[in-house]
Ligand binder design. Structure first.
Ligand SMILES: O=C(O)CCC(=O)C(=O)O
Length: 325
């Protein structure tokens, strides 16, 4: 007899996920319009969760972040302040999908509040304090926005681990020259399905983040990312499979398409991995929409067959999932 009980406590019903691997050029409006076309194509496959790549509205690179950054606060921001916010919201609403909107450079402006004049300051000191008070401080983040099928913002995630590496003769990149790190997780509840975790690119190298997310009930870890031609072939798929096998969850990673005329050469190879760490689907280098079916039964099978959850030794080591949300 058919039962109406969910087949998995973490994924209530099967769902199709699509990663939209797209090229982005210097024209932001064109990038947004192009993303809208590709998201429609992804939704036409029946995907109810659609993922865009890291920095999908601009070229990727530290020089570009300030040029393309948008202010997202207050939320919702006025359309002229954040065209990307409104374009993403419309893509989600028009297609009736959950949209994990890759990432965009975000600008936060804080007006410094210099301590007021004490009454005992010299004129020069008072002038300096006034100047300080007027100075606006700019902070940039690499930020991912997730929208509901009605176009509402569900989550804002700021990349927590910045991409600072130096492999001599191959690649040096220092996001922290321009960007600041976020400091909170994005565990997002999609009511019909369950919870997903959103993180960005370099974050995938940190198993702690994935472990916390999985142990808090996520059925999938979703990483918009933009690996490169050095670390991409070495680690992109390996890391996706590692996070999947560690946590017995689905993992999706969505890259920009490779453009050898751009300043940054993305690896591509957007993929979806299942809870046994098998690659379900993987793109090539160019523009492509890859789609996979996620099924809670597969998560339960993996966890029943290899019962890591019941075998942890918290009597010996700490439980990292017990940190602040
Ligand atoms: O971890 C890597 O090798 C690449 C990371 C990256 O490209 C990023 O965080 O944007």
């Amino acid at each position: 007899m058919a039962s109406s009980a969910p087949r998995s406590p973490v994924l209530k019903q099967p769902v199709k996920i699509a990663c939209v691997q797209l090229a982005a050029g210097p024209d932001k409006a064109a990038n947004l319009a192009h993303a809208a076309v590709k998201v429609r194509e992804a939704a036409a496959t029946g995907a109810k969760i659609v993922v865009l790549p890291e920095c999908f509205n601009s070229p990727y690179g530290c020089d570009h972040f300030p040029t393309y950054a948008e202010r997202l606060l207050p939320s919702p921001p006025p359309p002229e302040q954040s065209p990307s916010f409104h374009a993403l919201s419309a893509m989600a609403r028009d297609n009736g999908i959950y949209l994990i909107g890759g990432s965009i450079p975000e600008l936060v402006v804080t007006t410094e509040d210099g301590s007021g004049a004490s009454g005992q300051d010299t004129i020069e000191e008072e002038e300096n304090k006034k100047k300080k008070k007027k100075k606006d401080e700019k902070t940039y983040y690499n930020t991912s926005l997730t929208f509901s099928p009605t176009g509402e913002l569900l989550a804002t995630y700021r990349k927590m681990h910045l991409f600072d590496i130096s492999i001599p003769g191959k690649i040096t990149f220092r996001e922290s020259d321009v960007l600041s790190p976020g400091d909170s997780l994005a565990l997002v509840d999609l009511p019909e399905y369950g919870r997903v975790a959103i993180a960005i690119c370099y974050d995938v190298r940190f198993p702690e983040l994935a472990m916390i997310a999985a142990r808090r009930g996520c059925f999938a870890l979703v990483y918009p990312g933009a690996f490169n031609l050095t670390t991409g072939p070495l680690h992109w798929q390996l890391l996706a499979r590692a996070r999947a096998v560690d946590n017995q969850v689905y993992v999706a990673m969505c890259s920009p398409a490779r453009d050898m005329s751009a300043g940054y050469h993305a690896w591509g190879h957007s993929l979806v991995v299942d809870p046994m760490a098998q690659v379900l689907v993987e793109a090539g280098e160019g523009e492509e929409v890859v789609v996979a079916d996620l099924d809670g039964e597969k998560i339960e099978e993996a966890r029943k067959g290899i019962p890591l959850r019941d075998q942890r030794r918290f009597d010996v080591y700490a439980d990292v999932s017990r940190v602040k949300p």
